[in-house]
Design a protein around this ligand. Structure first.
Ligand SMILES: [Ca+2]
Ligand SMILES: [Ca+2]
Length: 153
């Protein structure tokens, strides 16, 4: 991203645009299924404010753009005490793969973004552990049989 290298890596340097409709395009290197965006909130309000100043689009030809869907927001601290790099937002392209990501100042006139990365694959779903229910059932049966024996005495 010549001229906007501040947006290439998570390093406390951010790209900034100064008016509605202004944008920066990231080349992800190959077609990907989504993007992880690291906004830099330099002041509050955060949720609905500095976190949400922009819209994210995807394209393969940089002519036709489709809007990406935000699927997650992660942040540290409580909403009233956030710091500059406390948040990250995940976006999906809802199936198709795209190489270019365009982030447009849409909801506020300026945004600050430290980095855009390829959306990591979802974590595998945890396998249901059968041992705990079985142990609980055995313990319950033992408890009931001990109570019955004690009651007989
Ligand atoms: Ca801003
Ligand atoms: Ca950066």
């Amino acid at each position: 991203m010549p001229g906007y290298t501040a947006g290439d890596a998570l390093d406390w340097h951010w790209v900034w645009v100064g008016d509605f409709g202004h944008y920066v395009i990231w080349d992800m290197g190959s077609a990907v299924s989504g993007a992880r965006v690291y906004p830099s909130q330099n002041h509050g309000p955060y949720i609905g404010g500095e976190f949400d100043e922009y819209d994210v689009y995807a394209s393969n030809d940089q002519t036709t753009w489709v809007m990406a869907t935000q699927i997650a927001l992660y942040y540290d601290h409580d909403e009233a005490h956030m710091m500059t790099h406390d948040g990250v937002k995940d976006y999906t392209f809802s199936g198709p793969l795209y190489q270019f990501v365009k982030i447009v100042a849409a909801r506020d006139s300026d945004y600050e973004i430290d980095a855009v990365e390829v959306l990591p694959p979802p974590a595998p779903a945890p396998e249901f552990n059968m041992s705990l229910p079985i142990i609980t059932s055995i313990a319950t049966v033992l408890y009931i049989s001990i109570r019955k024996r004690l009651n007989r005495k």
